[in-house]
Design a binder for this molecule. Structure first.
Ligand code: TPP
Ligand code: MG
Length: 309
């Protein structure tokens, strides 16, 4: 529990630092912050083993850090430095930490869900006891490929977990503007993928639900679908808290601030956390200093890693 709390704090502090750098203009790539949603990444990753993989999208700083991705390489990536996890070429939405089980995030909404299924199919065919996790938002469920992947995953009993981070919004659109019913937890049922609704701001609930889903996947019983209910404190993109792509939200933030996943976990831990907070602050300072002092890519090498046919 202490480890999961610390993972959440590391994500929060890292994203606060990135948010500040977005506001000052030091970071120039678009950044989608997951502040408020940290329990989903921390709870799920804690239930995985080395060798398992997680697949993320545009809002994946938390997935990267929860898997053990380097803080310094994250800061360097958003700053466009050569030491970034994608060599400074990808920015916030193209994170990779393959050694930590994060092959690469892709900002095409729902784009990595079929990739996770492909990985799960490979694990199954090779007889490896590995599990693939697809993280995606509520908006991603409006893409057809998710439903095709759910069907395929059920049919082939793939060792896979669908983790829907339902933060109620897709860009500026509240779910009520996009759906008739609040029933995302049933999205897998039609395809015979069992689903559960989880309090996505309670890290232990997420951990327990993920632990069960991982056990199911690893035993060969097939995929599961977890709808983790949460809320992002900042806007869709950038650091502002009350605006979504220029549109004001409905004022639910104050209510959700009461359900701060980090505060809730701290209350459960019921111990003095001051030293641990200081450790995380130090880690962030050190990583930021190193990332800032790294070199920027040589413009003459812009053509490298580019595929042309
Ligand atoms: C295929 C595709 N369509 C549209 C977009 C633009 N877009 C980026 S994020 C986003 C909203 C996604 O909402 P959700 O899946 O709920 O994730 P959240 O941003 O809430 O984490 C959209 C429409 C995109 N990146 N890819
Ligand atoms: Mg969303």
């Amino acid at each position: 529990m202490l480890g999961r709390w610390k993972t959440m704090l590391r994500i929060r502090r890292a994203e606060e630092a990135i948010g500040e750098m977005c506001e000052t203009g030091e970071v120039r790539c678009p950044c989608h912050l997951s502040i408020g949603q940290e329990a989903v990444a921390a709870g799920v990753s804690a239930a995985l083993l080395p060798g398992d993989t997680v697949w993320g999208a545009h809002r994946s700083h938390g997935h990267y850090l929860a898997q053990g991705g380097s803080l310094e390489s994250l800061f360097a990536e958003v700053l466009g430095k050569t030491t970034g996890c994608s060599g400074g070429r990808g920015g916030s939405m193209h994170l990779r930490a393959p050694e930590q089980g994060l092959p690469g995030t892709v900002p095409i909404v729902a784009g990595t869900i079929p990739l996770a299924a492909g990985a799960a199919l490979a694990y199954k065919l090779r007889g490896e006891k590995r599990v693939a996790v697809a993280f995606f938002g509520d908006g991603a469920l409006e893409e057809g490929s998710v439903h095709e992947t759910l069907n395929l995953a059920a049919l082939y009993k793939l060792p896979m977990i669908f983790v829907c981070e339902n933060n109620l919004y897709s860009s500026h659109l509240h779910w009520t503007e996009r759906r008739v019913a609040d029933n995302l937890d049933q999205a897998g049922a039609f395809h015979s993928v069992p689903g559960a609704r989880v309090d996505g701001n309670a890290v232990e609930d997420v951990f327990e639900a993920a632990r069960q889903a991982v056990g199911r996947a690893r035993s060969g019983a097939g995929p599961s679908f977890l709808e983790c209910r949460t809320f992002r404190w900042r806007g869709h993109v950038g650091a502002s808290s009350d605006q979504d792509v220029g549109v004001h939200r409905r004022g639910e933030l104050a209510e959700w601030l009461e359900y701060d996943p980090i505060q809730r976990a701290a209350e459960k831990l019921n111990m003095d956390l001051a030293t641990h907070c200081a450790d995380v602050d130090q880690e962030i300072d050190r990583a930021l200093t190193n990332a800032r002092s790294a070199s920027t890519p040589d413009a003459g090498r812009i053509g490298e890693h580019v595929c042309a046919s």
